[in-house]
Design a binder for this molecule. Structure first.
Ligand code: FO1
Length: 331
């Protein structure tokens, strides 16, 4: 861990995020009082082609969350949405397994138009963020421009991520996860730039409360990514997605048990520290699990506990402020 420059006001806070808990934390951090530039690095492993359009679910959930246009009940797609096109698409016999609201569809069409005009995914995402009124201190950046596609290996077959997540509702027993294309991927240029310049000396990295297998691994497994983050980081803080022995939403707990891991904040911490040795400095658990921290603390791990459940925007903001405090505290 590098001691950063005195002031951290201009050094970025980098958040690695999937589409669920990570997006909520991105929204909380973007509201946080400390005016540090926030760079949200999003998972691209869920991206896929649908009706000829490039869909980027995790990136879009973060865009909608930080621009406060997300449907908060569902946790994805737009609030105040209409479904005229989707309804007619069904009438016409089009694919109806993946729900696309009218405003959400407009974003996919705008992205498709910019991509087909030759713009890269990072600059397309930046343009969409600008149009959605994402706060100017926040940048949303797909982790890589190279195509990475998460596939889930189950006992019957290997299936694409959205087939597992949406069509099969995460029911099949997971044996392994593979990230097609990851070996030829590299970290987004804008991320290298953000972490490379002088002001980045006080950079802090937060691994959001996202699914380690489906959301964080497709980012951290990008060749060179861990080194890039570790080298730039003053402090790396990881937030547990497992609270009281389960994930709040999504299949992280189910996958951990299917992989024979202990479904607890401790089990998650041990998995992550073995998977990414030397990456994380501070482990953040929910206060529910406070009593379980003793063993790992006696092994020298720095475990902090607080209220991590972001049940509403004010809780997300308070958690964001708390995390900024941990990063700035220097101890
Ligand atoms: N999830 C679903 O379970 N059903 C859907 O029909 C669905 C549509 C959808 C459309 C746009 C979008 O950005 C996300 C959407 N999601 C849907 C969620 C998506 O599958 C997940 O957000 C991520 O891929 C997993 O984090």
């Amino acid at each position: 861990m590098r001691e950063g420059s005195g002031t951290t006001s201009d050094s970025p806070l980098v958040l690695l995020s999937g589409g669920g808990g990570g997006a909520r934390l991105a929204a909380g951090l973007s509201q946080s009082s400390a005016e540090r530039p926030l760079l949200v690095v999003t998972n691209t492993g869920d991206d896929f082609e649908h009706c000829g359009l490039t869909i980027c679910p995790d990136t879009d959930s973060v865009l909608y969350a930080v621009s406060k246009t997300i449907d908060r009940q569902r946790g994805w797609g737009r609030g105040e949405e209409s479904w005229a096109v989707f309804g007619e698409l069904k009438n016409l016999g089009g694919p109806d397994w993946f729900q696309l609201g009218d405003k959400d569809l407009a974003l996919h069409l705008a992205r498709a138009a910019m991509l087909s005009a030759g713009q890269g995914l990072a600059s397309v995402t930046q343009a969409l963020g600008y149009r959605l009124d994402v706060p100017s201190s926040v940048s949303v950046l797909p982790a890589t421009e190279s195509p990475v596609r998460t596939h889930v290996v189950t006992e019957q077959e290997t299936m694409a991520f959205q087939e597992y997540f949406v069509a099969h509702r995460c029911a099949p027993v997971l044996h392994d996860v593979v990230y097609e294309g990851i070996d030829s991927a590299s970290p987004a240029e804008q991320l290298r730039d953000a972490l490379g310049h002088v002001g980045a000396a006080g950079t802090d990295i937060v691994l959001g409360p996202s699914n380690p297998f489906l959301s964080l691994a497709p980012i951290l497994a990008i060749p060179g990514m861990q080194e890039l983050l570790r080298h730039a980081a003053r402090r790396v803080v990881a937030v547990s997605p497992i609270i009281g022995g389960q994930a709040l939403k999504g299949p992280a707990g189910k996958i951990m048990s299917e992989l024979g891991l202990d479904v607890s904040a401790e089990g998650w911490t041990r998995f992550m520290s073995e998977q990414y040795p030397g990456l994380v400095d501070v482990w953040v658990w929910d206060e529910t699990d406070q009593a379980l921290a003793g063993d790992l603390r006696s092994e020298g791990m720095d475990i902090r506990t607080t209220q991590t459940v972001m049940s509403d925007p004010s809780r997300a903001r308070a958690f964001g402020d708390w995390l900024l405090g941990v990063c700035d505290s220097g101890h």
